[in-house]
Design a binder for this molecule. Structure first.
Ligand code: UD1
Ligand code: CA
Length: 460
C-alpha cells in the first residue's frame, strides 16, 4: 500500500511565519504523526506533498523518521487538495495498488482509525473516506447522503446551503482509494466553487457515477485537524494524555498526570515514580525504580535504573548510571556522564564531564571538560577554569583524590590519584599522586589588633 500526506499549505490561521505542519506537538512536527501512522498501517512508501517551507518540512521528517521510505513531491502553488494529490502522481508511477490519502495536520490520528478506513474499501475501484459527527461542524466539509444509498457528495462549508450547513456528519479528510480510479477521476475535478480550488472532496460525487464511495465512521478526537493555535494546544494536551496513559499502563507511577509533559518516543521503566510538573523531552530513556523529582526537565538523556533526580534539576543529553543521586537544582549539560553511584548536589553544573563511580560533587560547583576518577570528593565551590577566552582545556582528577572547598583548578591540569587539594587553593600546576597541594596565601594573625583599632578611633 502507498500513502500520500498533504502538507504543502501554509496554514494561514496559525498566524505564524512557520508552515503549519512544522509546529510541534510532543516534540515532533505535526506532519510526523500522519506519516508515522501511515507507515504503521502498512504503507511501504509515503509521498509527502510539500510546498510552503518545503526544504524544512523534508529535513524535519527525515530527521524524525530516519530510514523511512519517504518520497517528496513539490506543489509550488496550492491550488487545492485535489491538485495536491495530483502533484504526488509522478512519485507513484508504475504503482497500481491502493493509496491512503491523509492530511498533514492530524496529529491525533491512530493506526487503528486508518485501518478502519482501509477495511471499509471493499470492492476494488471504490473509494472509502472517514467521516465523523461533530456538535460544531464549522469549517469542515459536510457529508450529504443520497436517500437510502451511500454518500452522494461532500460540500465544503463555503459552498454549502444553509440547510447543508446543519449537517453534523463531516469529512475527516482521510481517504483510501484504488490508484487507477484515483488518477482517472482526479482528471475530472475542476475548480468551479466558492474558493476556486480543486477539491479532493469532489471524488465522492464523481465516484457515484461508478462503484460509489463508502463512508467509514471514525472518532472525532482522532481525526481532528489542527488549524489554529488553540487547536494546536488542545492536540498537544490530548496526545500528552495518551502518552501518559501508556506509561501508567506499564507500571510507571505518575503522581499528577495533568501536570506532566512528555515527548513522543520517551521511554520510562516500571516502578519509577514521577512527581508533578516533570518534563521529559526528546529521546529520553528512564530505567525502572527511579524517582524523578518535581519540576525536573530532562532532554534526550539516558537515566539508568534506581536513579534519583531531586526537584528542579535540568538535564540535557547526559547519561546517568544506576544508583546516582542528582539535585535538587542541578544542571547537567550535554555529554555529561555520571558513573554508578555518583552524586551531584545543589547548584552544581557539569558540562562534557565524566564523574567516576561513587564520586561526589555536592554543592555549588562547576565542572567542565573534566574527567574525574572513582571515589573523588569535589568540595563545595570547586571551579574548573576550562576556558581561557579562546580555547577549552581539560581537567583530569585521579581516583580517590580529595579536592577541598573553594578550589580553583586552572586547566589544563591534572590532579593525581589519592592527592589532596587544600581548601581555597588556586592551582595552575599539576599535582602528583598522593601529594598535598596548597595554592593559597599563608594566613597572618595580628594579635590584639581589634583593641588597638578601637583605641585609635576613640582618640579622633
Ligand atoms: C479539508 C477538506 C474538508 C475536510 C477537512 C478535514 C477539501 C477541499 N476539504 O478542508 O472537506 O472536512 O479537510 O480536516 O479537501 N493542502 C495542500 N495543498 C493544497 C491545499 C491543501 O497540500 O493546495 C494540504 C494542507 O497543507 C493541509 C491539508 O492539505 O495539510 C488540508 O488542507 P486544509 O486547507 O487544512 O483543508 P480544510 O479546509 O481543513
Ligand atoms: Ca484542515
Amino acid at each position: 500500500m502507498a500513502a500520500i500526506v498533504l502538507a504543502a499549505g501554509k496554514g494561514t490561521r496559525m498566524k505564524t511565519r512557520r508552515a503549519k505542519v512544522l509546529h510541534e506537538v510532543c516534540g515532533r512536527p505535526i506532519v510526523y504523526y500522519p506519516v508515522k501512522r501511515a507507515l504503521e498501517a502498512g504503507a511501504d512508501r509515503v509521498v509527502v506533498v510539500v510546498g510552503h517551507q518545503a526544504g524544512e518540512v523534508e529535513a524535519s521528517l527525515r530527521r524524525h523518521l530516519p530510514g523511512a521510505p519517504l518520497l517528496f513531491a513539490r506543489q509550488d502553488r496550492q491550488l487545492g487538495t485535489a491538485h495536491a494529490v495530483l502533484s504526488a502522481k509522478p512519485c507513484l508511477r508504475g504503482y497500481h495498488g491502493p493509496v491512503m490519502i491523509l492530511s498533514g495536520d492530524t496529529p491525533l490520528l491512530t493506526a487503528h482509525t486508518l485501518e478502519t478506513v482501509v477495511a471499509a474499501r471493499t470492492a476494488p475501484g471504490s473509494l472509502a473516506f472517514a467521516t465523523m459527527t461533530l456538535e460544531n461542524p464549522e469549517g469542515y466539509g459536510r457529508v450529504v447522503h443520497a436517500p437510502g444509498k451511500g454518500p452522494a457528495l461532500i460540500v465544503e462549508e463555503k459552498d454549502a446551503t444553509p440547510e447543508e450547513r446543519q449537517i453534523k456528519e463531516v469529512n475527516a479528510g482521510l481517504y483510501v482509494s484504488d490508484s487507477d480510479f484515483l488518477w482517472k477521476t482526479l482528471g475530472r475535478v475542476d475548480s468551479r466553487n466558492a474558493q476556486r480550488e480543486f477539491y479532493l472532496t469532489d471524488l465522492v460525487a464523481l465516484a457515484a457515477d461508478g462503484p460509489g464511495a463508502v463512508a467509514a465512521r471514525v472518532s472525532p478526537v482522532e481525526a481532528a485537524g489542527v488549524n489554529d493555535q488553540e487547536e494546536l494546544s488542545l492536540a498537544a494536551r490530548a496526545l500528552t494524555r495518551r502518552l501518559t496513559q501508556a506509561l501508567l499502563d506499564k507500571g510507571v507511577s505518575i503522581e499528577d498526570p495533568e501536570r506532566f509533559d512528555i515527548d513522543d518516543g520517551v521511554e520510562v521503566g516500571a516502578d519509577t515514580v514521577i512527581e508533578p510538573c516533570v518534563r521529559l523531552r526528546g529521546a529520553t530513556r528512564i530505567g525502572s525504580g527511579c524517582r524523578i523529582g518535581q519540576g525536573a526537565i530532562i532532554g534526550s538523556s539516558e537515566i539508568e535504573d534506581g536513579v534519583e533526580i531531586k526537584p528542579y534539576s535540568v538535564i540535557d543529553r547526559s547519561r546517568i548510571e544506576p544508583g546516582c543521586v542528582v539535585g535538587p537544582f542541578a544542571r547537567l549539560r550535554p555529554e555529561t556522564v555520571l558513573a554508578e553511584g555518583s552524586r551531584v548536589g545543589n547548584f552544581v553544573e557539569l558540562k562534557k564531564t565524566r564523574l567516576g563511580a561513587g564520586s561526589k560533587a555536592n554543592h555549588l560547583t562547576y565542572l567542565g571538560d573534566a574527567t574525574i576518577g572513582a571515589g573523588v570528593n569535589v568540595g563545595c565551590g570547586t571551579v574548573t577554569c576550562n576556558y581561557d577566552g579562546e580555547k577549552k582545556h581539560p581537567t583530569v582528577i585521579g581516583d580517590g583524590a580529595f579536592v577541598g572547598s573553594d578550589s580553583i583548578l586552572v586547566a589544563p591540569i591534572r590532579i593525581g590519584k589519592g592527592s589532596y587539594v587544600a581548601a581555597g587553593s588556586t592551582l595552575t600546576e599539576n599535582v602528583p599522586a598522593g601529594a598535598l597541594a596548597l595554592g593559597r596565601a599563608r594566613q597572618v594573625n595580628k594579635r590584639g589588633w581589634a583593641k588597638k583599632r578601637a583605641s585609635r578611633t576613640e582618640k579622633r
